[in-house]
Design a protein around this ligand. Sequence first.
Ligand SMILES: CC(C)(COP(=O)(O)OP(=O)(O)OC[C@H]1O[C@@H](n2cnc3c(N)ncnc32)[C@H](O)[C@@H]1OP(=O)(O)O)[C@@H](O)C(=O)NCCC(=O)NCCS
Length: 278
Amino acid sequence: MEIREMQSSDIDFALSLTEEEGWSSIRSDFEELLLFDQHGCFIAEEDDISIGMACALSYGPFGTLGNMILVREYRGKGYGTKLMEHGLEYLKSKGAEFTLLDAVSKAVPLYERLGFKKVCRSLRLRGRVEPAVSAKVRALEDKDMLRILSIDREQFGANRFLFLGSTLSANPELGRLLEVDGQIAGFMMGSRRHGFVRLAPWVMCSHFELAKSILKDFAAHVGGLEIRTGVLETSRKSVGLLKASGLYQESSSWRMVLGKDRMDFSDGLFAIGSPMRG
Ligand SMILES: CC(C)(COP(=O)(O)OP(=O)(O)OC[C@H]1O[C@@H](n2cnc3c(N)ncnc32)[C@H](O)[C@@H]1OP(=O)(O)O)[C@@H](O)C(=O)NCCC(=O)NCCS
């Protein structure tokens, strides 16, 4: 097996893999990953035929790995492990001190052999929330981005300006901001997918008691579509609120880490989208 960098011409192949697995990836997910780092996504090849992929994303102090899929008939031969090792080497070369991923249960043994440890469950939720426009919530605008980026960096632990900017510009009507006395208490963004809206990210930095208002206000802007999102089980406030508001748990995976003994995630990360983008 050979490993090479993914090009934009590989995106059709990448989407065929995610579709086969029933994942809800869309073209812009891969376009943005390549824009963020054109060297961080990899294609596995055998006899010049593409047989798999994996993506590594460096945020500087830490990295994330995801989109690990092999064409079915090539599984079970150690290729997945080699792709992972390649991604980890790449992140190391970019200075990552630790690496995060979300693992489906079946893949946990593979990641454990590479040294990853389970941190907590990463929940996937979906459902409908009763909509209610709130006077405390307004549209998130470009002029808010500098303040948003600073809050986001504090809660997420790194700068993900490219993903925030692209999510907002593709779905401006889904960017909502909770403001109290002129201070930002939280914000959320969303993206329209095939038949549903993905809520992510959702970050709260104060006035957690008003989290329900921004969620309901967001629901008033999704045009009746189902909302899907992710949340770490350690974000107890968020899990409780999302479930009490009408979302139910569809599945869960394991948030795993390599290179750190303990991992505390911020309480302010109320919703995550893809594990790679947080
Ligand atoms: C995950 C995946 C890329 C592994 O590729 P691979 O070449 O088969 O992996 P390796 O041969 O190096 O290692 C085998 C390990 O893969 C994992 N695995 C096996 N079947 C799997 C499956 N259907 N889904 C996920 N992981 C699986 C197991 O941990 C297995 O170890 P074990 O035999 O001790 O149980 C491949 O199984 C796959 O494409 N799965 C579907 C997509 C997916 O679930 N991706 C991972 C998301 S976290």
